[in-house]
Design a protein. Structure first.
Length: 117
């Protein structure tokens, strides 16, 4: 875990946005990757993912285990102040993107695109 914690600290100093995709977010992550690959935006992004999603060339990511993803999610509150660290996971909170998708306020594409801006 220490290696991963050092890695995320380094990535936060280099990239504008760091995303951690947890388990059970595969479908959403596929849409996110598709949109991120097509979009031209000025922000440099890095992704940690425990899902078996194919990433196109040009999107930077590191495949991690489910346990490592869970560990990184525990550090979310330590880094959220930076406005660079984004945890993408299903929660039972009413203000989450997944809740907005479930009740029909956002499409999956709109929710995925909103993470980039």
């Amino acid at each position: 875990m220490c290696d991963l914690l050092n890695d995320i600290g380094e990535k936060l100093s280099i990239y504008d946005r760091i995303y951690v995709f947890s388990k059970h977010t595969e479908e959403f992550e596929r849409v996110f990757v598709k949109i991120a690959a097509l979009e031209t935006f000025e922000k440099e992004i890095w992704v940690y993912s425990c899902n078996k999603i194919q990433y196109p060339e040009g999107l930077l990511y590191r495949r991690i285990s489910v346990k490592e993803a869970e560990d990184l999610l525990q550090y979310y509150f330590m880094y959220e102040f930076s406005d660079k660290f984004y945890a993408v996971c299903y929660t039972h909170t009413y203000g989450s993107l997944f809740h907005y998708m479930n009740v029909g306020l956002l499409t999956m594409e709109e929710a995925a695109e909103s993470l980039l801006y």
